[in-house]
Each structure stands twice: as C-alpha cells, then as structure tokens.
Unconditional design. Structure first.
Length: 228
C-alpha cells in the first residue's frame, strides 16, 4: 500500500472481525514503526502486545477494577480536563461522539447506551490483539510526543498488512489493572492502548468518517514570495 493511501484510508475502527493476527505480522509492524524519530533518539517507547488468554485475563481484571473504582478515580496530570476545553476543540470533541452515536442509532440523551458503547473499549472492540504503549516516568511530559508519533507509525504500518487500529486513551482510566495483569514496571506510565485487527466492513460503528479542517484552518504560511 502506498504511504499516502495508508494515511488517508486509516480510520479509528470500533468493530473488528475475530480473524487472528499472526505474531510475525505484529513483529513486522513494530519493526517498521521503530524507525520513528524521537528526541535525541531516546526511543522512549515500550510496547506490550496481548492476545488469547492474556487478553481475556486483562479484560476480566480491568472490568472488575472499573467496577470497584468510579470513573475518574485514576486521574493523571497529563490528560487535560475536558470541562476546561475551549472552542473549537470542545465542539469537535462533542461532534466526534455524536457521529459515533448517530451511526450506532444511540440517542444522545441515552446515557446508559452511551456508557455501554464506551465499555466496548474494554474488549478492544472485539479486536484479537491489544497493544499498550508506555513510557518511563522520568521522560514525562517531554517525550510524550515521541510516543504519539510512534503510535502513528504503528497505525500506518498496520495498513500495509490490511490491518486496522483504534487508539485507546480509555485504558488510562484503568491503568492500575493493566499494570497488574501485564506486570508493567510501575516506573512506566501507560499512555494508551490500541486495538489491532481486521475491520468489520459491515458494522455501523465503522461506517462514518469525521471531517477535518482544511489546511487554511490550521496553517499559516509566512515569508513566501507569492500566494501561489
Ligand atoms: C491518542 C488517542 C486516543 C484515543 N482514544 C480513544 C478511545 O479511548 N476510544 C475510542 O473509541 N477512540 C479513541 N481515539 C480515536 C479518536 O476518537 C479518533 O482518532 C478521532 O475521532 C478521529 O477519527 P479517525 O481516527 O477515524 O480519523 C483516540 C485517538 C487518539 C489519537
């Protein structure tokens, strides 16, 4: 797949087929992604890849943990407080949720249905593989951008193998359970999870596309001789 096609065809997929993904393919994806740049080449990414029984155990423990701890009980300083988000980000965030609910036929006032959809994150939207991206706490927040870029490399490399992904900041909410089950060093901060697998092309959760601002909306060109 051409790089530009990989970039433009990537979507956050929220319904996967049960088709397994071979370990060799995931290793190849990570082998490509490791070419990602990073500040002073520190390569601050640590990745845990789960499938099968470990994936099941993780889901079970994370669900139990979430049952014992109210939402927000695992706050961390790196995530912004949505109540303080300003325009236009607040609106875009709202529109993003609404697009998903509309695709799934969920009424925006139906809080339990919305919550149920959020909980689909727990089983990686049925993806057979879950990845966790963590970073040593001593590198925060400075190198977080490196980790984000690395995740983008993984997402795009996955497209080459006909695979899809969904980044999952969701897992930050239940990070203690992830630390526990995957035995992740407490010195490492779990930044994001990611679902990986084959998209279900017929599922309505995958049937919408979110708009993007045109270049003129976010870029300024300075010092160019002409407008052309
Ligand atoms: C860092 C990051 C974390 C995300 N966390 C979640 C998540 O927890 N659950 C989810 O359903 N989508 C999550 N997303 C997906 C975004 O909602 C999605 O990228 C955005 O709406 C744009 O849609 P697109 O990826 O289909 O282009 C996340 C995306 C990023 C980049």
């Amino acid at each position: 797949m051409e790089l530009l096609e990989a970039i433009t065809s990537r979507r956050s997929i929220r319904a996967f087929l049960p088709t397994p993904v071979p370990r060799a393919t995931i290793e190849r994806i990570l082998d490509i992604a490791r070419h990602c740049p990073s500040g002073s080449n520190m390569q601050p990414w640590q990745v845990h890849v789960v499938t099968g029984a470990v994936r099941e155990r993780l889901i079970e423990r994370a669900l139990a943990w979430a049952g014992e701890h109210p939402i927000g009980s695992n706050p961390h300083p790196l995530r912004g407080d949505p109540s303080g988000f300003v325009k236009p980000y607040k609106q875009r965030r709202f529109d993003c949720g609404m697009a998903l609910y509309e695709a799934l036929g969920i009424d925006r006032r139906d809080k339990p249905a919305r919550e149920l959809q959020r909980w689909r994150n727990f089983d990686f939207f049925d993806a057979p593989v879950g990845l966790f991206f963590s970073i040593h706490r001593s590198l925060l927040p400075g190198q977080l951008g490196d980790l984000g870029m690395f995740m983008a490399h993984v997402m795009l490399a996955a497209r080459e193998f006909g695979l899809d992904t969904c980044a999952q900041g969701f897992w930050q909410d239940v990070a203690p359970a992830v630390h526990e089950v995957l035995d992740i060093d407490p010195e490492f901060h779990i930044y994001n999870g990611m679902a990986l697998g084959h998209r279900d092309p017929d599922h309505p959760a995958n049937g919408f596309e979110l708009p993007r601002e045109p270049v003129a909306g976010f870029a300024r060109f300075l010092g160019f001789a002409t407008d052309a």
